[in-house]
Write a protein that binds this ligand. Sequence first.
Ligand code: AHR
Length: 517
Amino acid sequence: MMKKIVLPLFVLFSMVIPYTLNAQKTSLVILNADLTKDTISRHIYGNFSEHLGHCIYGGIWVGENSPIPNTRGIRNDVVEALKRLNIPNLRWPGGCFADEYHWMDGIGPRAARPKMVNTHWGGVVEDNSFGTHEFLDLCEQVGTEPYICGNLGSGSVEEMSKWVEYITFDGQSPMAELRKQNGRDKPWKVSLWGVGNENWGCGGNMTAEFYADQYKRYATYCRNYGNNRLFKIAGGANTNDYNWTETLMKNVSINMMGGISLHYYTVPGTWDKKGSATNFTEKEYFSTLKSTLYMEELVTRHSAIMDQYDPQKKVALFVDEWGTWYDVEPGTNPGFLFQQNSMRDALVAAINLNIFNNHCDRVGGANIAQMVNVLQSIIFTDGDKMVLTPTYYIFEMYKVHQQAALIPLNFESPEYVFEGKSIPAVTASASRDKKGTVHVTFTQADPHNEVEITLDIRGLQTGSVKGSVLTAKELNAHNTFENPEVIKTQVFTSVKQNKNLLTVKLPPASIVTLELN
Ligand code: AHR
């Protein structure tokens, strides 16, 4: 069957996105609902907001005097959209920005706060109007945990130590007094605390050995005040720098670290020529998904190293920056990293989340980069307008896995073959929540073929089955302010039930969530 699609000429020349159904492929998936073991940490569904482009300014913070509806300067529409996702944590203030950020510049009366240059991101003026109080207010409005990344690269041990005291100490001390003077009597609760960011690069160009020593110095003075307990996360490896992970595990006691981070971005091309977010060929689509599937190997190998030093898996792997990174949209500031978000991004998000779920014995957290208007965003804003991206809908479809028990799945995926190369067409993860409801999430990358799954459910009397699907006619389909609902979650009906055997037809290029009761 050949579907007729009408595309503008420039698209036809640059993109190969034929929705030709060639053949049906099949796979048998065995789900043992009673064989659950590890819990999928809700923190896998974390987000990231850096002082970069229009993530904070415009995307989140508009100021109290803005005509855009806001609560104490924070946009109401964005907060409402975020609340629907049950976002477990929000990382801030960077990224590279974190290792140049001096938190004391961002407290006190806004008019008196010093201005600085944001050297990493466009060289723009940062007026510090969004600082510690504003960020923690945002977290309270959204109902999410703050994940603060301290400055190890250009800051000092004293500065980081005082930040912890300012936020969390409930007693008499210079920093607690200063906080009170600035209008906050009671301390906040902050657990997730990053000790530097990318310290192999923008966070100080350090060797792994040097960073390990620095980590110990800084972490020592980040104190647990009262009943606040810090979960300290060491700045971890870039992609496949396994030596970095090994050096940290070897040199830092596992009692001193809650987690180690890992950063990996999905880039279809090279860093010099990454490729367009919406104007791409099937070759680029294929290479994007291949590049994203590499996360499986990265997580497996970093985890294996951690296992040698921490067999009881006390230290979590925090993939606290992941997502797609394309060329910026034409005409936008190259330092603002603004890119569109399409059906392809939805698949990338869903594949990564399936990988993290399946590795939840070690992956204790992850943060998509970034929440609003930067890289693989879940939300775009422009003035008073807001639109939800395909990636937003994936977080909505997958939130059911948060704090649920992982159900390992056994299956062999059919291949998606392109120009003689192949990747698995299907990825999946499954979990059982506290009420006993089982959720299965599938990704199906092959844009030409439907995949028929036979889901053999064991250890559960399956009653009702419900489903939702995210798919689109074109791989580069995306939501805009003018057309905000080109892609959104739909009810999924291509499932037939015969007692505990389900036949599920996954459409070409789609994400499907099933709920089994
Ligand atoms: O997310 C954009 C940047 O990517 C972050 O600031 C940095 O940590 C990473 O290199």
